[in-house]
Design a protein around this ligand. Sequence first.
Ligand code: SAH
Length: 406
Amino acid sequence: MTATAPPPTTAPRVYLKERRALPFFSRHPWVFAGAIDRVDREATPGAVVTLHASDGKFIAAGLYNPHSQIRVRLYSWNEGEHLDSDFWSRRLDSAIALRQNLYGDANSESGCRLVFSEADGLSGLIVDRYGEWLLVQFTSLALADRRDLILDLLEAKLRPQGIWLRTEKGIRESEQLELADGLARGAEPPRPLNLVENGVQYAVDVQQGHKTGFYFDQRDNRAAVARYVAGKRVLDVFCYTGGFGLTALKVGNARQVHAVDVSEAALELARKNAAANQVADAIEFVKSDAFEELERLAAAGELFDVVILDPPKLTRHRAGLAKALRGYHSLNQLALNVLNPGGILVSCSCSGLIGRDDFVGMLAAVSQRSGRPIQILESRGQAADHPTSVHCLETAYLKCYICHVA
Ligand code: SAH
C-alpha cells in the first residue's frame, strides 16, 4: 500500500497526445486512454503520476490505473503538491466542513453524503454518513488501494461506530477492482438503522438496500414536491422505501398515496416506514413493474392529481442514450394518462448522460403527442451535499422537473 506517495517530480510522467491537453488544463479529472501518447516509465496500478502536455509542460498530478479506460484520475493542479496522506486528509476535511456548514452538527438520526467523488476533488470515493455509521464506496482502483489510509483518516476525523463498505455494480470490469461488501471498521450497522429527513422517519438497510441504502440526493426535491400536494391524490412511481410519498403525506398533507415499486425488499421497509410515521392508512403499496402498473391504472380509469416518476438510471453508456430517451418518453406518456387535467407531474432522471435539454425535449414531445400543454414550474437538481464541480459537469446528474399539465 502506498500510504506516502513519492513526490510528483520522481513520479512516472504521462504525456498527452498533441492538442489533447485543454480539458485537463481546464481541470477535468478524467484522462481517458485515448488521449495518452506515452508513459515515460513503468507505472504500477495505483501509482502517483504527473500529467504533461505533449511539449512537456506540467498539467496535474494524479493516480494511474492501466486497467481502466480512465487511465489517470487527476487530483492536484499545483506543481510540487504531493498526493500523500496530508493531501487526502485536507481533501476529506474540506468535504466534511462543507456538510457541517450545510447541515450543522451530525446527530444519531441525521444523514448525508459527506464525500461525493469528483465534486469534492476525490475522484473514486463516496462516503455517506448515516447517524453514527459511515458507508464507503470506492469507485477507483487507486483510492481503493489506499483504503487503509482513507479509513484511518475517516475514523480519526469522525469517530463513527462503524464503517461499512459497499461496492458499485460494474466496478470490477471498469477498474479491475476486486472488493466485497462488508464491515471495514468498528461495529456492524444495525439492520435497519433509523434516519429522519424532512421530519419523516425512515428505516434504512445500508447493508442490502440500493446504492448505500437511501437516496439523499432527492432530499430537497421530496420537500419541494410536498408543497404541491395538500389534499391531493398522489401516485409515487418507483417509490423505493417511500421517500416522496411519505413526505407528501406527512409534510404536505396529501389525501392519499398510491406507491409502486418492483422490489419487495424496498416495499417491506416502505410499509414499516408508513406505520412508523402514522400514515399507513393513507398509503397503499403495490409491487409491480412501473409500466405495467401505469397501464393497469389507466385501463381502470384511475386518476391522480400528482404523479411522481423517479426511475433508476436508464443508461450507463452513450450507446444506450436513444433507447433511454424512448424509455423516459413512454413512462411520461403513461403518467399523463393517469394525471388529472391541471395536475402536477414530477419527472426525475438520474441518468447523468441525459442532458437537461434532451430531457425537456422529451417532455415537449410527450406534450405534443398528448395534446396537453406542459409548463415547467421548477427545474431542480440534486441536494447540496451532492455538489457539482464546475470542472466536471458529469457530477450534475439528477434532474427533477415539477410541471403543471393542462
Ligand atoms: N423515489 C425513491 C428512489 C427511487 S430509486 C426515493 O425517494 O427514495 C428507483 C427504484 O425503482 C428502486 O426502488 C427500484 O426497485 C425501482 N425499480 C426499478 N425498476 C423498476 C420497474 N421496472 N418497475 C418498478 N420499479 C422499479
